[in-house]
Ligand binder design. Structure first.
Ligand SMILES: Nc1ncnc2c1ncn2[C@@H]1O[C@H](COP(=O)(O)OP(=O)(O)O)[C@@H](O)[C@H]1O
Ligand SMILES: [Mg+2]
Length: 599
């Protein structure tokens, strides 16, 4: 709310001034008709009366009619200025609020744990950040000030009306609950129709979006006609919803006009009778009619405002769901960065680690192993065996519950480290790397904005992607297309490897990150990597054994359990001992160990 509260207060004050000035005009007309045109005395508070008398009373105004015109004209001008000021301050307040909501949501989402992001759908989060934030803005910009205005207007109109004629004022007052009730009833019905339209607009845009993002699949499978028909069907349905919503609106306004017409007619007829029999003056009657027409519109609006308020309430709840989700926080007694730094020269130990994502289905069961510092360690296992999960835990993308074992680096439990300190020291290349829609050099040098081109190219060379990049027309300045479509799967993986290499982390993880690279390039990259990794600890993860050949120790994982561990030779020897298969070195190189073990 920073920066917008004072604009809100200002807009409410200005709205008050605006309404008050507007309400004065019928009073001037009333006095003019009764005391200047007619012969009645001025019916105004004593201080105004003495001022009018000092000017020369009604007679003075009769000879200076232009003064009345000037008074009304200046009041109208002031009303206009106050209206402008209300709108201006109000829109500044609403836009600032909207900006704050967006800013705080974005900042909060950045700090939410990875597990939260996995649990919540991206589309839904985006909708909360856009449509819901927009609905709050609209409510604040359009409805909040009108609530103030409506309340002031109703209060003042009724005050003036009661002060002029109690009987007519009572009729006007009694019609308020009827009109508000009717309007609320209709608006709640219209509200649910609106929501249905919104949902179906969402479905329509999802179809369009999927067809744009999945254009290759649509073309490859010749689905154009099918997709067109699907879109057309949804489009027709969506149009129908709007037509029926508009019909509902037309009925609402029609009946609303009729009810308020009845009320105006009643007041007009009764007022005329009172006027004729002399219990109401002509000036009072004219002013009364003005107040009544001023009253009708806000009263009709009130029903709408109330139903909008409930919609805005739902949107606020949806936004607060994000804002109330707990962020990633370090322990209060977390170890210092220097200690973490020292710890990273030690071994990585998984100590009786068990884990399940939603608590019920175990993904890892009692896994214990040590990765000696500075070595290359291989993890082998089929898809779904829990390899990536091990790395999620190491990087604290998911926190390991206290009772499920522990992971230590250099003897320090990673839960005691600051999460940023930990992640900065673990470079990770994922199986499906994500590249931003920025230039290749920006993508590779993401860890440091001032990284030199030489450094970026060096990393790209080790990852065997430099040649491919220089062949692009714009070289390193090539902008990676939406979702990185201008790069092939293998090129993206290699760019991601280069990006990770620039991080110069003491621990580097390659999670199935060479799966889209051909065998020859795979070997070339491994060779280049082995030359440049220095004394970093390297964790190679793969379902392809060739990728792990240079690992000094290989751990074989199956369904979340360790089934084998040892050097490449150890594993071969053990398999030979079991004598279940005749394994030639050539086959071993080509086939995943899972197949060889028949597990
Ligand atoms: N975010 C997640 N939420 C729930 N289950 C998951 C999640 N990620 C992975 N899993 C499940 O955990 C198991 C192991 O997955 P993973 O560690 O990715 O295997 P691998 O990397 O060996 O292919 C799989 O059964 C998978 O379905
Ligand atoms: Mg994986």
């Amino acid at each position: 709310m920073k920066g917008c509260t004072r604009f809100f207060i200002l807009s409410i004050i200005m709205s008050f001034v605006n309404t008050l000035l507007e309400m004065l005009i019928p009073q001037i007309i009333r006095q003019f008709v009764d005391a200047v045109i007619g012969q009645a005395p001025f019916n105004v508070p004593p201080f105004v009366l003495s001022w009018l008398e000092s000017l020369g009373g009604a007679a003075y105004f009769r000879s200076h009619m232009w003064l009345v015109a000037l008074l009304i004209g200046s009041l109208a001008l002031l009303v206009g200025i106050a209206f402008y000021a209300t709108n201006q301050t109000n829109s500044i307040a609403a836009e600032k609020l909207h900006q704050n909501i967006r800013e705080e949501l974005f900042a909060h989402i950045q700090k939410l744990p990875f597990a939260w992001h996995m649990k919540n759908k991206t589309g839904d989060i985006i909708q909360r950040c856009t449509s819901d934030a927009e609905r709050v803005r609209i409510f604040v910009a359009e409805q909040m000030v009108s609530v103030v205005r409506i309340v002031i207007m109703m209060g003042l109109s009724l005050f003036f009306m009661f002060s002029m004629d109690k009987r007519l004022a009572l009729i006007a007052a009694c019609s308020i609950p009827v009109i508000v009730g009717y309007s609320m009833f209709f608006h709640s019905r219209i509200g649910s129709s609106f929501e249905k339209c919104d949902q179906n607009e969402g479905i329509l845009s999802t179809i369009a979006q999927e067809n744009l993002t999945g254009v290759r699949v649509v073309r490859a499978f010749g689905r154009e006609e099918f997709e067109r028909k699907r879109f057309e069907k949804q489009n027709v349905y969506y149009t129908g919803l709007w037509v029926s919503l508009m019909r509902l609106m037309a009925i609402f306004w029609g009946i609303g006009d009729f009810i308020s017409g009845l009320q105006i007619m009643l007041i007009l007829v009764l007022g005329s009778i009172y006027c004729v029999n002399g219990s109401l003056s002509a000036g009072e009657f004219i002013a009364f009619l003005s107040y009544n027409s001023m009253l009708i519109w806000p009263v009709r609006q009130l029903g709408r405002v109330i139903s909008e308020m409930s919609k805005a309430g739902i949107s606020i709840d949806r936004i607060m769901y994000i804002m109330n989700s707990p962020v990633e926080e370090d322990k209060k007694d977390a170890v210092s960065e220097e200690e973490t730094d020292r710890a990273f020269s030690g071994d990585i130990v998984f100590d009786h680690v068990s884990f399940g994502y939603d608590g019920s289905v175990p993904v890892l069961e009692d896994v214990s192993f040590t990765i000696p510092a500075g070595t290359t360690f291989g993890i082998l296992g089929s898809t779904g065996s829990g390899k990536s999960t091990l790395m999620h835990l190491l990087d604290r993308l998911y926190d390991l519950p206290e009772e499920n074992g522990k992971i230590t680096i250099g003897g320090i439990d990673i839960r005691d480290m600051k999460v940023q300190d930990l992640r900065r020291r673990i470079g990770m290349v994922l199986q499906e790397p994500f590249l931003f829609s920025r230039t290749i050099s920006e993508n590779i040098g993401i860890t440091d904005r001032n990284m030199s081109m030489e450094e970026i190219r060096n990393a790209a060379k080790i990852a065997c992607v430099d040649d491919a990049i220089t062949e692009f027309k714009n070289g390193y300045d090539t902008v990676v297309g939406e979702r990185g479509v201008t790069l092939s799967g293998g090129q993206k993986q290699r760019a991601a490897i280069a990006r990770m290499l620039t991080q110069k982390a003491p621990v580097m993880v390659f999670d199935d990150s060479l799966s889209a690279v051909d065998a020859e390039t795979d070997a070339k990259i491994r060779h280049a990597l082995s030359q440049s990794l220095g004394d970093s600890t390297v964790i190679l993860i793969s379902h392809r054994v060739t990728t792990l050949m240079q690992a000094s120790c290989i751990l074989v994982l199956d369904k979340g359990r360790i089934v084998e561990m040892g050097s490449h030779q150890d594993l071969l020897a053990r398999m030979a001992y079991t004598a279940r298969f005749t394994i030639s070195s050539r086959v071993w190189r080509r086939k995943p160990v899972k197949e060889l073990f028949n597990i």
